[in-house]
Each structure stands twice: as structure tokens, then as C-alpha cells.
Design a protein around this ligand. Structure first.
Ligand SMILES: [Fe+2]
Ligand SMILES: [Fe+2]
Length: 193
């Protein structure tokens, strides 16, 4: 349903389970970055009224996710650490050439956002199914649903604002590129690692 070409090896959850503090730290910053992305889309593309409306709602939702993760960190007696580098996103955003028309740039950013949401959703689903820690598994089940909706929304906007046929072709190419990146990942206790 998410279109991803390469599923995560479930053994990734065994790595995560050994370091819950690390995954929660990285996850908190994923939610912060999702919030920042929504703000940045408003700043860059103010004339896309429907997008601005939806991004405004998304800022609230993503920052509430940040708080949920932050609360989990505090409940467990930890303090939020520093941001972790997201190698997955760093590699992913190299795919489309820089520049092009404003619409092209918007479409590229929306497709990146859709894919990051889709992969996060897939990782959360795996955590919800495989984690021994029931409370945390439940937490990830709820978040999985939200991220699936975000994936649909970003992809929908890309198709609406761009040429649908071109956008669909770009989406397929991006999915293939992402699968190549994923071959080298699944070994770290981070959301996309
Ligand atoms: Fe989120
Ligand atoms: Fe999201």
C-alpha cells in the first residue's frame, strides 16, 4: 500500500530493542524535522493556499508527536539528547536535480516528504508488531496511522500541483532509488537507520 520496493528486515527491531533511548531520541528529532518541513513549505510556497492550510494543521500534529515522544523519554527517566544525523534523508534528497521551475521544486519536495512518511510508517508498523515492550508497541501502532495519512496527503499534493503522469513516473524512479539506499541500512537503532 505504501509502494515501497524493499521491506525492512525485521531483525532491525532486535537492534532497536537493545537501545530504546537511542530510537526515542532519534524519533523525537524526526518529529521535529517533520514540523520544520511543514513550516518551510509554507514559507517557500505561500501562494498554494490549500497546501498552506494543510501544512498549518500538520505543524500542530507533528509537534504534538514530538511532545508524545519527549514525554516517553521523560517517563523513562531520560533527558532528550542531541539531534542524530539522518543518513537516509541525506542520501534521499540527492535524487532530484536542483533547480527547475517553482512547481518542479515543489513537486520534488512533496515526493521526498511522501517517501519519508511512507518509510517511517513502515518502520513504525514493524515496531508495533515486533517490539516485546507492549506499551511502546501500542504507541507505535497509533503513530503508524498518522504517518500513513501524511504519506497519502503529500503524494496527493504532488499529483495535484504537478503533471500527474510526470509525477507518477518520478515517484516510481524515487521508489527504486530509495530501495537501493535501503539495501545499506537496517543496522542502526534509528528510525531510518
Ligand atoms: Fe509524526
Ligand atoms: Fe508525519
Amino acid at each position: 500500500m505504501l509502494g515501497l520496493k524493499l521491506p525492512t528486515d525485521p531483525r532491525w527491531v532486535n537492534i532497536v530493542e537493545k537501545n530504546i533511548e537511542e530510537i526515542l531520541t532519534d524519533h523525537a528529532f524526526c518529529e521535529q524535522k517533520a514540523t520544520s518541513t511543514a513550516v518551510s513549505l509554507i514559507v517557500s510556497f505561500p501562494e498554494y493556499t490549500e497546501l498552506v492550510q494543510e501544512m498549518t494543521a500538520l505543524v500542530k500534529e507533528e509537534i504534538s508527536h514530538f511532545k508524545m515522544v519527549h514525554d516517553k523519554i521523560l517517563e523513562r527517566g531520560w533527558t532528550l539528547g542531541r539531534d542524530r544525523k539522518d543518513d537516509y534523508v541525506i542520501q534521499l534528497v540527492k535524487f532530484f536535480p536542483k533547480g527547475g521551475s517553482r512547481t518542479t521544486q515543489l513537486v520534488h519536495r512533496l515526493l521526498y516528504a511522501a517517501l519519508i512518511e511512507a518509510r517511517s510508517c513502515e518502520r513504525f508498523r514493524l515496531l508495533s508488531e515486533e517490539l516485546q515492550d507492549n506499551e511502546l508497541a501500542d504507541f507505535y501502532r497509533k503513530l503508524m496511522v498518522s504517518e500513513a495519512n501524511h504519506y497519502t496527503m503529500f503524494l496527493g499534493f504532488a499529483r495535484k500541483y504537478g503533471n500527474k503522469k510526470e509525477v507518477d513516473a518520478k515517484w516510481q524512479q524515487l521508489l527504486e532509488y530509495e530501495a537501493e539506499i535501503m539495501k545499506g541500512l537496517g543496522k542502526k537503532e534509528t528510525v531510518h537507520g
